[in-house]
Design a binder for this molecule. Structure first.
Ligand code: NAD
Ligand code: UPG
Length: 523
């Protein structure tokens, strides 16, 4: 509202409008925010103290989340169960199944004390007062909604299992990311299958941790969100769960709301975060065509406090198991609700991400004289981001598949991703004995230097610190490469000038192409 508009209002209203605007600028809570984010600090609702927790699903979320819960609540026994015996064995070993900075220390501090990993799902369910359902919810690959809807098969099967074996009342917590109103289906299944007299409360408690920073995110979360029914039983269950988090989180940061808002907030948060990346990536294309520098644009925009600095780093494209899956889920939800314009809006975030990966490949092809056949390309980084060994939806996978079609020879190095995982990711689903074929074009290198030996181009796909100028000996890399030696930075972590001084032709996302192909005297 402009000042002129405000002056037309009577003074009382104008002062209220101004006050509201000022509150928003100050970041103070609006009355609506106060109403919605009821902090559950006060234990003003009668509720049970949780003594035993079971977490179904020992994955990237269940493992770290419940390990932190156990570490921070020595009086609560936490058992994390999974059907995958190898995964459980790894959680019980010195080499945990996932790489996450700080996780080893947390697990070591309480494993065997009040933290247990087991395949005995029944026992853990029977003993627990509160059960986290933290199983995978991948995008459906077949049937109705294929390619968009979440496959809720694992959630349903875990829910049926709880109903089958539970011998007493339970609080069942959706930790998995699920479509809006999944809690209703879970309740229906539980009530239809439970022994007589058993009561279940369903809560939504979405997880906001990011991989690579999971322990920091869990120990110092922006907020803990608990959705419950607004009934005495629902509020009481929410208070029990809030107590668990209050073991280390400030009560003001533990917020409650209705179940459906909580479920949708998780999809919404991921959609908004991914949308920022697609927005800056769309701008990176304009930068490349105009001579603007996307890092500078991002910096200038990010200083506006309404926009903020974070999540504005242009890249070869976002990856990870969540963003694409959760946005597609939102697209499906919108379509199911007959909101095609809303669906198209969110779909575009994913389409822009695909475009960004393709655009990056096209730049590589065009710089390398329009053919990659038989050329060696070194891929530095295979994980979807640094500080994780997770490759789900990694941009590097898409890029490698494109490079295969271009008949390039590709050498891959990543400090944390296991070789076995890389081969699995490169294989096309359903193709038998593909490994021999893959080995004709792909090798996995033991170090970045080794990957770059004899390469025509180096492509930075993951922002691992060890690929930065200060960490990798780029003079050595250059000396052992074919000339002209190209380097493509898909993460904007390299010092372009320094590399150009060594002799590289450097191509950065969101910066104009170097005009190396036009000799000075031809201009
Ligand atoms: N990965 C992340 O960073 C992240 C962050 C926030 C939310 N989430 C959400 O959390 C959920 C779990 O994600 P994840 O990355 O941990 O998945 P994951 O695949 O790493 O782990 C899920 C585990 O559940 C197990 N499982 C499946 N069905 C089971 C059953 N009936 N009984 C026992 N175990 C069973 C699987 O064997 C697997 O080990 C997903 O909904 C995801 O969207 C993930
Ligand atoms: O400015 C940025 C920030 C991130 N990325 C990329 O985006 C992807 C996702 O990164 P990030 O969000 O840090 O990791 P995730 O582990 O996927 O975490 C997201 O997905 C989780 C699962 O739902 C949520 O819990 C987290 O809050 C949400 O950040 C990665 O490929 C990043 O490299 C960029 O390209 N530019």
């Amino acid at each position: 509202m402009s000042t002129a508009d405000i002056s037309k209002l009577d003074t009382k209203v104008a002062s209220a409008v101004n006050g509201f605007a000022q509150e928003q600028r100050d970041g103070a809570m609006t009355p609506a925010e106060t109403r919605l984010s009821r902090p559950l600090g006060a234990t003003d609702v009668p509720h049970k103290k949780v003594e035993k927790i079971c977490c179904i699903g020992a994955g990237y979320v269940g493992g770290p989340t419940c390990a932190v819960i156990a570490a921070k609540n020595p009086h609560i026994q936490v058992t994390i169960v999974d059907l995958n015996a190898d995964r459980i064995a790894a959680w019980n070993s010195d080499k945990l199944p996932i790489y996450e900075p700080g996780l080893d220390e947390v697990v070591r501090s309480c494993r065997g004390r009040n933290l247990f990993f087991s395949t005995d799902v029944d026992k853990a369910i029977i003993e627990a007062d509160l059960i986290f359902v933290s199983v995978n919810t991948p995008t459906k690959t077949k049937g109705q909604g294929a390619g968009y809807a979440a496959d809720l098969g694992y959630v349903e099967s875990a829910t049926r299992h709880i109903a089958k074996v539970a011998q007493g009342d339970k609080i069942v917590v959706e930790k998995s990311t699920v479509p809006c109103r999944t809690a209703q289906s879970m309740r229906f299944i539980l009530e239809a299958n439970a022994r007589p007299g058993i009561h279940f409360d369903i809560l939504s408690n979405p997880e906001f941790l990011a991989e690579g920073t999971a322990i920091a995110d869990l120990t110092n979360p922006d907020r803990v969100l608990i959705g419950s029914l607004n009934t005495p039983a629902g509020r009481s269950a929410a208070a029990s769960l809030a107590d668990v988090y209050a073991g280390w989180v400030d009560r003001q940061q533990i917020i409650t709301m209705n179940l459906w808002s909580s479920e949708l907030s998780k999809l919404a948060a991921n959609a908004l975060l991914a949308q920022r990346i697609s927005s800056i990536n769309a701008l990176s294309a304009i930068c490349e065509a105009t001579g603007a520098d996307v890092d500078e644009v991002s910096y200038a925009c990010g200083l506006d406090q309404r926009i903020g600095k974070r999540f504005l780093k242009a890249s070869v494209g976002f990856g990870g198991s969540c963003f694409q899956k959760d946005i597609l889920n939102l697209v499906y939800l919108s379509e199911s609700l007959h909101l095609p314009e809303v669906a198209a809006y969110w779909r575009q975030v994913v389409e822009m991400n695909e475009y960004q990966k393709k655009r990056f490949l096209n730049r590589i092809i065009s710089c390398l004289f329009n053919t990659l056949t038989g050329k060696k390309i070194a891929i530095l980084g295979f994980a979807f981001k640094k500080d994780t060994g997770d490759t789900r939806e990694s941009a590097a996978i898409t890029l490698c598949k494109y490079l295969r079609q271009e008949r390039a020879n590709v050498s891959i190095y990543d400090p944390e991703v296991e070789e076995r995982q890389i081969w699995m990711d490169l294989a096309e689903p359903g193709v038998q004995d593909e490994r021999k074929e893959l080995e004709k074009q792909f090798t996995i290198a033991p170090s970045a230097l080794e990957a770059c030996k004899g390469a025509d181009a180096v492509v930075v796909c993951t922002e691992w610190d060890e690929f930065r100028n200060s960490k990798l000996d780029y003079k050595k890399v250059y000396a052992e490469m074919n000339k002209p030696a190209f380097i493509f930075d898909g993460r904007l972590i390299l010092d372009q000038k320094e590399l150009e001084e060594i002799g590289f032709h450097v191509e950065m996302i969101g910066r104009p192409r170097s005009n190396f192909q036009t000799p000075k005297d031809w201009e």
